[in-house]
Write a protein that binds this ligand. Structure first.
Ligand code: BMA
Length: 335
């Protein structure tokens, strides 16, 4: 990838430097890689296993249109994927009726206190999309906690440690005033309260007007929680999904420190522009290299495949320093 120093220099000269670099092997996973017949593979949660293996928990849409989750493992996070021969986590509508129309868009957080991975995902119920949570140690067996946020809510991830003694969950409930990012707290991962608005969608012509949502889980840095979020622009020919960047206080994650005005990554490559849903880049997970700076962002492309882009956390923070503002309007009163 481009040396971080080069990107850092560009950040100060150019407000639109290439912060995320697409892997030349993209898309890295498509339905052709799958050991069973599927319609599409996209929007994968990601984590590094203790032996350094990259695990992607992929959203698979079957040929009924319903989604389940399937794990793919690779030594280098790029190729040589070992894909589970059968679905890893299927919807279980008998015990969890909220999963009747499938489970989608997982985010993975390793929680040191629990020594387990917490997976949050969309459960597609008769009442619309809600948020479900499950725990796992190995991505083979899962302990489901069921639905933790009722519909209409999605785009969720747990922070990896408690904040002031409480677990913190970022999510995106829909209200009549729009789709904004909220944060809620829990003593036990089951009961959630102290709901606070975290980041609001802008209005009018902005790229992130009316509808935003968390993308992968926040990245803990010495400067704060670095958050990729997606903005959905409604256009006469469909929606455009792009990515923006914001930074939140480490001990008070509902406090936005910096937010970029422009998007930093959007659909440009053919595999992002053309697919089942055109013009979508949708990351749900990342892994961090041993240098502690290079991140591998795994994103769904056009709801059809999984692609990889790399970025330097230092460059992302430098870009926010050069281009971000902390103009958090009085949105709580607005809502
Ligand atoms: C969002 C989610 C994503 C999907 C995107 C584009 O609302 O459903 O899973 O990638 O729409 O279709």
């Amino acid at each position: 990838m481009t040396a971080p120093e080069t990107i850092l220099m560009n950040v100060n000269r150019d407000p639109y430097p290439p912060l995320l670099l697409r892997h030349p092997g993209n898309p890295i996973l498509t339905r052709k890689n799958w050991p069973y017949t599927i319609n599409s593979v996209f929007n994968a949660g990601a984590t590094l296993l203790p032996d350094g293996t990259t695990l992607l928990l992929c959203r698979i849409e079957d040929r009924r249109g319903l989604s389940h989750l399937c794990a793919a493992r690779s030594r280098n996070g790029v190729d040589g994927w070992q894909i589970d021969r059968e679905p890893t986590l299927m919807p279980d509508p008998k015990q969890y009726p909220e999963e009747i129309w499938g489970i989608e868009d997982p985010r993975i957080t390793f929680v040191p206190e629990l020594q387990q991975y917490v997976v949050t995902y969309t459960s597609y119920s008769r009442g619309g999309p809600g948020v479900s949570l499950a725990l796992t140690r190995d991505f083979r067996s899962f302990e489901r906690y069921g639905v933790i946020m009722p519909p209409d809510d999605k785009d969720t991830a747990l922070l990896p440690r408690r904040i002031d003694g409480y677990w913190a969950l970022i999510h995106r409930p829909m209200t009549t005033l729009g789709a904004h990012m909220w944060i809620s707290y829990s003593p036990d991962l089951r009961h959630w309260g102290r709901h606070r608005l975290m980041l609001e969608a802008r209005r009018g012509a902005w790229w992130d007007a009316n509808k935003i949502g968390l993308s992968p889980p926040p990245i803990e840095t010495s400067r704060g929680w670095l958050v990729f979020y997606h903005g959905v622009r409604q256009t006469p020919s469909g929606c455009l999904y792009r990515l923006g960047l914001a930074l939140f206080d480490i001990e008070n994650p509902e406090k936005c420190l910096l937010r970029g005005d422009s998007w930093i990554f959007g659909p440009e490559a053919d595999y992002e522009r053309d697919g089942d849903v055109n013009d979508v880049v949708f990351p749900c997970g990342y892994t961090m290299d041993a240098d502690g700076d290079t991140m591998n962002l795994y994103y769904g492309a056009a709801d059809c495949s999984i692609a990889l882009a790399r970025a330097s956390v230092r460059s992302l923070l430098a870009w926010l320093d050069a281009n971000g503002t902390c103009d958090r309007r009085q949105c709580v009163q607005d809502l």
